[in-house]
Design a protein. Structure first.
Length: 118
């Protein structure tokens, strides 16, 4: 394993552990996902599904409320950040840190199959 790959593995493991220690808000009955995640500083993150400029994936119909399975993307993010890192002896490595919601059988959007990871 290269040093860069090892570093990314350590970072992703650390992030996953940190996400598990956050407060998960109540479940939205329309979607089956938490309405928000709150970190130790009190910063709350909501699902990013309704802004075509800022969200990587949005509701299929922005004119309707979110609903699983009727009006919800197969994956979405509470947070998403990336950075290009110069790695000695290599080109550029991209670090991506995210908290994502999806479905076990994605791209199939099914109630009861929600999953959250980061």
């Amino acid at each position: 394993m290269s040093a860069a790959a090892g570093a990314l593995l350590l970072i992703s493991t650390s992030v996953s552990t940190q996400v598990a220690n956050r407060v998960v808000g109540p479940t939205d009955p329309r979607t089956g996902f938490p309405v928000g995640l709150i970190d130790e500083r009190g910063t709350s993150l909501a699902p990013c599904v309704d802004d075509i400029l800022l969200c990587p994936s949005t509701l299929p119909d922005l004119g309707l409320p979110p609903d699983v399975p009727g009006n919800f993307p197969d994956e979405f993010f509470y947070s998403l950040a990336s950075a290009d890192l110069n790695v000695p002896g290599s080109s550029v490595a991209t670090l991506v840190v995210a908290v994502e919601g999806s479905f076990v059988n994605a791209p199939l959007v099914e109630a009861g199959q929600q999953t959250l990871f980061g």
